[in-house]
Design a protein around this ligand. Structure first.
Ligand SMILES: [Zn+2]
Length: 288
């Protein structure tokens, strides 16, 4: 669920993923909630409450109040979902949530999407994952600590470590460990931060207190006080623009996050010749 406004009671709350800024924390307590099996598990681990809604296997088509809703992975977190359906006049609507890779998303008429890195004029919105630097940094597999968000980035780090050939134990803080063990297949051997391991993955707040000779933060942002390696759970602005090209909508609504980036991305998409508005620019349902 990714709304920022209150509406009449809906038939369901579609939860795209378990990050708290997408409202699943409150929606998970409603029987009207709908999310992927992985997202429901992540919500329960993150917030320590029982998810009481419906679940689906990512990729399934689900029936919601008589509407066939297709589900697609957005590769932002394990289980993150985009929802697609046709309305009563045949308009194909795609709501993405946060997106790391749009490769699986279908063509649509109305795209409702995010703008986390949606400002084309901001150098911080242009980046690529620096897998080469990551592999070089972890090559020695010894006495390294990586700062990463517990849900999303930590699992991406484990995946990249295994992909780079590291098969030893990975130490993780309690939240990252619970989420990785609960959600990830083929994570390999994991243990707590005090376990016997050469590589540790910890929340950013815990990184300063970890005893390791080399520390890195996995992020595309700056100002963490440690060397950073550019690894993101999002697409940069070129990825967002590429997604619009690929999905070929007639109209785009940009709804997330707060701040100026949705307006900036909508303005850029308009310049591409596609009608676009940030959600905050829409005052009534007639306008679009
Ligand atoms: Zn997110």
């Amino acid at each position: 669920m990714d709304t920022t406004r209150s509406y009449h009671s809906p038939d369901s709350y579609l939860i795209t993923h378990a990050h708290s800024d997408h409202h699943g924390k409150s929606a998970m307590l409603s029987e009207k909630a709908i999310c992927s099996e992985e997202t429901s598990r992540a919500l329960e681990i993150l917030y320590g409450k029982k998810y009481v809604g419906r679940t689906f296997k990512l990729g399934e088509t689900i029936d919601i109040a008589g509407v066939h809703v297709r589900t697609y992975p957005t590769h932002h977190t394990i289980g993150s979902t985009a929802f697609f359906w046709e309305n009563e006049v045949g308009t194909r609507i795609l709501v993405t949530g946060d997106v790391k890779d749009a490769k699986d998303l279908p063509k649509c008429d109305l795209l409702v999407t995010e703008a986390n890195y949606g400002d084309f004029d901001d150098p911080n919105c242009h980046f690529n994952d620096d897998i080469g630097t990551f592999r070089e940094a972890v090559k020695e597999h010894d006495d390294i600590a990586l700062g990463a968000y517990a849900f999303g980035k930590a699992q991406r780090a484990v995946h990249l470590l295994r992909e780079s050939g590291y098969s030893g134990k990975i130490g993780m803080d309690p939240a990252s460990l619970a989420l990785t063990e609960g959600l990830m297949e083929n994570a390999g051997q994991l243990c707590g931060l005090d376990g016997d391991c050469g590589i540790r993955i910890a929340a950013l707040t815990k990184l300063p207190s970890i005893n390791a000779s080399r520390k890195f933060v996995l992020t595309c942002m700056r100002g963490y006080g440690f060397p950073t390696i550019s690894i993101s759970d999002h697409m940069d602005v070129n990825g967002l623009i590429g997604m619009v090209d690929q999905c070929a909508p007639q109209a785009v609504i940009v709804y997330h996050p707060g701040g100026h980036r949705p307006v900036k991305l909508a303005a850029y998409i308009n310049k591409m010749g596609v009608y676009a508005r940030a959600l905050e620019q829409i005052n009534n349902c007639i306008e679009i």
